[in-house]
Design a protein around this ligand. Structure first.
Ligand SMILES: [Zn+2]
Length: 296
């Protein structure tokens, strides 16, 4: 399959693009990819992005930490510390919006399973889907949890999950509409979907421009604005009922952005940026670097 060259917007179908800039793949290939902006719905796209069968090569790096439990280095260590905190925060959000203390949960793109393990301990019935076989094996070794390959999304029984979660996953999937349609099919009548994605309309992204780590090309196919996410959900008769800021993600993304821009991490500067960005988002939540969309 060749690279995907968009001539119309995969979300709103408009043919109204403008070029934003070229962003470098800092983690794996060093290649540059063009970011184009849909002037109709506001989504940004990674142009000429590798197809579903070719993208795997761009995940092959020891630095790609969400799949690598053992990678060392200060940023990776911080990532895991923060993850322990955010996992608990996510559990609280799920209980609040489903109004359930226990239920059935599907985590799409569960990685090495830290989140579903926490939910299982809280007596939720969990199912995890993960495309990467190594990550699935790690989930089993670490937590004793059997996770399924991503294709199982299409064969799981309808109306079976009170909560469906995608933590920084939707921006990676090639079959965007098929995935959203399956999520809707699998959700119970009162179920809730939680979608976390980076938000390129945040202050950090404006400060760092093409160095903003939230672009993460070519692994991120789509770069959502709050409006673009609402348009996508509307097309599937789903509704964004709440947008929640993910405060701690700002610090992490900021440190990576600083590393990309300056060649090394300027921790204090990055910390200050992250802090400023969060203070800004306190005033205007939709400007947080990373948002959880609560969808019904
Ligand atoms: Zn569009």
């Amino acid at each position: 399959m060749p690279n995907i060259s968009y001539t119309s917007c995969p979300i709103c179908k408009a043919e109204n693009f403008e070029s934003v800039f070229y962003v470098k793949d800092y983690t794996v290939s060093g290649r540059e990819f063009e970011i184009v902006h849909c002037k109709s719905c506001g989504v940004r796209l990674t142009q000429n992005v590798p197809g579903e069968n070719e993208i795997g090569a761009y995940y092959k790096s020891a630095d790609y930490i969400s799949h690598n439990h053992n990678s060392k280095g200060l940023i990776s260590q911080l990532y895991r510390k923060v993850r322990n905190y955010t996992v608990k925060q996510k559990a609280g959000i799920i209980k609040k919006y489903t109004k359930l203390s226990e239920g059935s949960l599907l985590d799409i793109g569960c990685g090495t399973g830290a989140f579903i393990y926490t939910m299982a301990q809280l007596r939720w019935n969990v199912t995890g889907l993960e495309p990467d076989a190594d990550a699935r094996n790690t989930a089993k070794a670490l937590y004793g949890i059997e996770t399924l390959s991503s294709d199982c999304l299409f064969s799981l029984p309808a109306d079976s999950f009170n909560a469906i979660t995608l933590w920084h996953v939707l921006e990676h999937v090639h079959r965007l509409h098929e995935n959203v349609a399956q999520m809707k099919r699998l959700l119970t009548k009162d179920g809730v979907i939680f979608i976390a994605v980076p938000n390129y309309t945040c202050q950090d992204a404006r400060v760092y421009g093409k160095y903003w780590a939230g672009y993460d090309v070519p692994r991120h196919l789509y770069h959502f604005s709050p409006h673009a996410m609402e348009v996508l959900m509307q097309q599937h008769n789903l509704k964004v009922v709440k947008k929640l800021p993910m405060w701690f993600d700002s610090f992490y993304v900021d440190m990576l952005s600083s590393k990309y821009k300056n060649g090394s991490v300027h921790y204090i500067a990055a910390g200050m940026h992250g802090l400023m960005s969060n203070i800004n988002a306190l005033r205007k939540r939709e400007e947080c670097c990373s948002l959880i969309y609560v969808v019904k």
